[in-house]
Write a protein that binds this ligand. Structure first.
Ligand code: GUN
Length: 282
């Protein structure tokens, strides 16, 4: 029998700590979110971020911009927030409309307001193991879950499915910085199961519902599911065939209620950290 990792409970505990800390602050952290276009899932995510920020007593700004906004106009919007003394944390919701080069937008965010830690300056610091407090939200959430459940990555073979800049790549650095042996698999990986079957810690961020089957998982592995896909029946599905894999894993995250709540929790944690760096010069 495996232990089901309760991301909702861990997230709630951390959010309550952040709320308490915020109550004692004279000025409040301010998170600004830019969303361009009409992506339905992005709108739900942004709404949840705004609601959570409000619950914690943070200030929050949401800038909704049209689908056909030009790249330069979007950069100007980011720059306005860069200059705004009252804004501590900036997030540009991804994906952006197809005509916009996301990397140019990410580069326009002031690195010391980059709450996602996606700016090349912050990315490099993380990859070089020169950063101790701020990490991209989903990878940071996964590392917090491992810590909370007493799972050490040291010396373990961690296999990640997915090489995105949001999850796979930064997570590979965090695991490496925690002394795991890391393999990053992706859509072009041949014989994927040969890698996954050797994983002590298996993390899937492929976005393909239930594509990690029981035969692909090592007995006793820690299995982390980053996938969130809405199936044709409207149900949210993860990447892992949870019902069959759960008896083989030692620990497993459910979808929903696993990694998802941790991402938003780490976004709030990062917002507070940026605020403290700005106001309290910590
Ligand atoms: N889209 C999906 N996940 C994320 C995230 O962590 N940050 C941003 N900015 N956009 C996303």
């Amino acid at each position: 029998m495996s232990i089901i990792i309760d991301g909702k409970a861990v997230s709630k505990k951390i959010l309550e700590e952040i709320k308490l800390e915020t109550e004692n602050l004279q000025n409040k952290p301010c998170l600004a979110v830019i969303i361009a276009g009409n992506d339905a899932a992005s709108k739900i995510y942004v709404n949840n971020k705004q609601k959570t920020a409000g619950y914690l007593g943070f200030e929050s700004i949401v800038k909704e911009l049209p689908e056909d906004i030009s790249q330069n106009s979007l950069i100007e919007e980011v720059e306005k927030l860069n200059r705004d003394e009252n804004v501590h944390a900036i997030l540009v919701q991804l994906p952006l409309p197809a005509h916009i080069d996301s990397s140019k937008i990410i580069e326009s965010i002031r690195p010391d307001k980059d709450v996602d830690c996606f700016h090349p300056y912050n990315t490099a610091k993380i990859a070089l193991n020169m950063e101790t407090t701020l990490f991209p939200c989903t990878p940071a959430g996964i590392m917090l879950l491992l810590k909370e459940y007493g799972i050490s990555a040291e010396g373990k073979h961690a296999v990640i499915i997915g090489r995105s800049n949001i999850v796979g790549r930064p997570l590979s650095w965090l695991l490496l910085n925690n002394s795991a042996t890391v393999t990053v698999c992706h859509s072009k990986t041949e014989n994927l199961a040969d890698f996954t079957k050797n994983a002590d810690i298996l993390i899937s961020a492929a976005g393909k519902p239930e594509f990690v089957k029981k035969e692909m998982v090592k007995e006793g592995a820690v299995v982390i599911d980053v996938g969130i896909t809405r199936d044709t029946d409207g149900k949210i599905k993860g990447d892992i065939d949870f019902e069959r894999v759960k008896d083989k894993a030692s620990y497993i995250t459910p979808v929903p209620g696993g990694v998802g709540p941790m991402t938003i929790c780490c976004l709030m944690k990062n917002t507070l950290e940026l605020f403290k760096k700005y106001h309290l010069k910590t």
